[in-house]
Design a protein around this ligand. Sequence first.
Ligand code: OAD
Length: 238
Amino acid sequence: MAKVVFFTGAGVSAESGIPTFRGKGGLWEKFKVEELATPEGFFRDPAKVWEWYDMRRRAIAEAQPNEAHILMAELERECGDVWVITQNVDGLHRRAGSKKVIELHGNIWRVRCLECGATYYEYRTPLPEYPPRCRECGGMLRPDVVWFGEPLPVDALEKAWDLAKAADFFVVVGTSGLVYPAAHLPYVAREGGAYVVEINPEETPLSSVAHEVIRERATVGMRKLFPRLVRECERGRT
Ligand code: OAD
């Protein structure tokens, strides 16, 4: 069966009202990466980092998955062998109904205790205090996301690599392709024989890796590509 793999970044959630990181209006224009998204920044001022994450959690809680997330989930329901590898921490792919989701950079709703190592989902927002405390041991919690300078979760990265290698159709949606190792995946897919499509209103370093580029927003691009993706899946079934 044809394996369709989506590789997504912040741009797929932009039409849900969640800001991207780079570009005009991006989070890194207003906020300092080194203060908010590095272990050093966290240990310097955990309350400040948590306040920022809680602001983002609130915005995400109020957002809804958009048509791009929904069409990816629909394709999985129709075809089965469809995966989403995402750099996003917002959880919107799962909320849209996708089940085969690999989260390379963690999840903003999961917390990790720095004392006892417990990890669990904590959906309250606003949180009762900054930094929040572990429900198991009272230790300080951190968001279970990947910060700059930190390794990606090994299982997720290995699975993503295997999927990229085995993909027949690899669709890159809404990522600037600047953050590694995630940005290697389209190269791995292409070398593995996948047909690579990019959906992004802007040119990116990954555009040259793609066989085909759809210069549209994620919702429009997914709407255009969807019938072909369904056919691709059906072809794989026969
Ligand atoms: P970026 O903010 O770097 O890039 C967003 C991309 O989305 C850009 O290429 C935009 O052109 C595109 N875009 C904007 N609106 C779009 C729309 N409506 N439809 C489709 N595309 C759109 O976000 P990422 O590539 O996800 O890492 O960034 C990668 C990583 O850098 C993030 O996971 C995060 C960040 O710092 C960590 O936190 C470790």
